[in-house]
Ligand binder design. Structure first.
Ligand code: FPP
Length: 253
């Protein structure tokens, strides 16, 4: 049985979040410069988006550029922004064909105008699609997102729309960039680093974390299926005991 056949379609996560790490190291291993790794990383993006759409994942969030990434050498930042624009342009027909709906989270206004325009158009062109929701985290910082949510709530209180005692998880979540999406059940980070790097800190309170040594440009469908199989072997307890979880499962059989 191949890996895909081993994946239990009834136990899929609704939402997978990925930190696509290792483009630079992979390129270096090939004797190339870092930007080559980002170009090859796009091939993995295409492959994993298609795999998620095919298998029936509903939400896929990709960490494509963090606010901290602005500190990289200007040539690399410019190359990444250009790659983003070109990729969106090139892939839009494929996204439409595959019923993928594109969303952006992050500090959208800090992106170059041409990126904003291209992304706005792509979101508009895919907005009626009903398949995979592809969420690109761009110029994204989870701490920034949380601070902004707190600020928005404070403004609503100041304007008399909300009372402090009304603040609960739901109100807080409604003010995050991700208000329209469920929390990820599975987070994959490639390239052997064991960090979450300012990514979906609030949303990942109960997310299962999966780390692999494979660099992002080498990450293929089978690597995704391996992550899914690993996820499916885990017992998600949310603070309860194993006995409680098993009892609940038996009652639903
Ligand atoms: C991390 O690898 C990767 C990034 C900062 C950029 C990710 C971008 C892509 C995969 C291509 C564009 C994406 C889309 C959605 C079109 P790194 O450069 O930090 O690698 P290193 O840790 O080995 O240096």
């Amino acid at each position: 049985m191949n890996l895909l056949e081993s994946v239990d379609r009834c136990k899929l996560p609704k939402h997978i979040a990925i930190i696509m790490d290792g483009n630079g190291r992979w390129a270096k291993e090939q004797g190339q410069d870092r930007v080559y790794g980002h170009y090859e990383g796009v091939i993995s993006v295409r492959e994993i988006v298609n795999a998620c759409a095919e298998i029936g994942i509903q939400y896929l969030t990709l960490y494509a550029f963090s606010t901290e990434n602005w500190k990289r050498p200007k040539e690399e930042v410019d190359a990444l922004m250009e790659l983003l624009v070109n990729t969106i342009r090139k892939e839009i027909e494929e996204l439409k064909k595959n019923n993928v709906k594109l969303h952006i989270i992050g500090d959208f206004k800090s992106l170059p105008a041409i990126c904003q325009q291209e992304l706005n158009e792509a979101c508009e062109m895919t907005k009626t699609n009903t398949g995979l929701n592809l969420i690109l985290a761009l110029s994204y910082s989870s701490r920034q997102e949380i601070v902004e949510a707190a600020r928005n709530i404070a403004i609503k209180i100041q304007q008399g729309e909300l009372k402090p005692e009304d603040i609960n998880f739901q109100i807080f979540e409604n003010n995050l960039y991700t208000s329209a999406f469920p929390d990820p059940e599975l987070m994959i980070r490639t390239s052997g680093e064991y960090r979450i790097s300012n990514y979906l800190l609030y949303q990942m309170a109960y997310t299962e974390l999966y780390f692999t040594d494979v660099h992002w440009p080498a990450f293929r469908k089978d690597n995704l299926y391996e992550a899914l199989l690993n996820y499916q072997q885990r017992e998600r307890r949310f603070g309860k005991t194993s006995e409680q979880i098993q009892k609940n499962l038996n009652q639903h059989v």
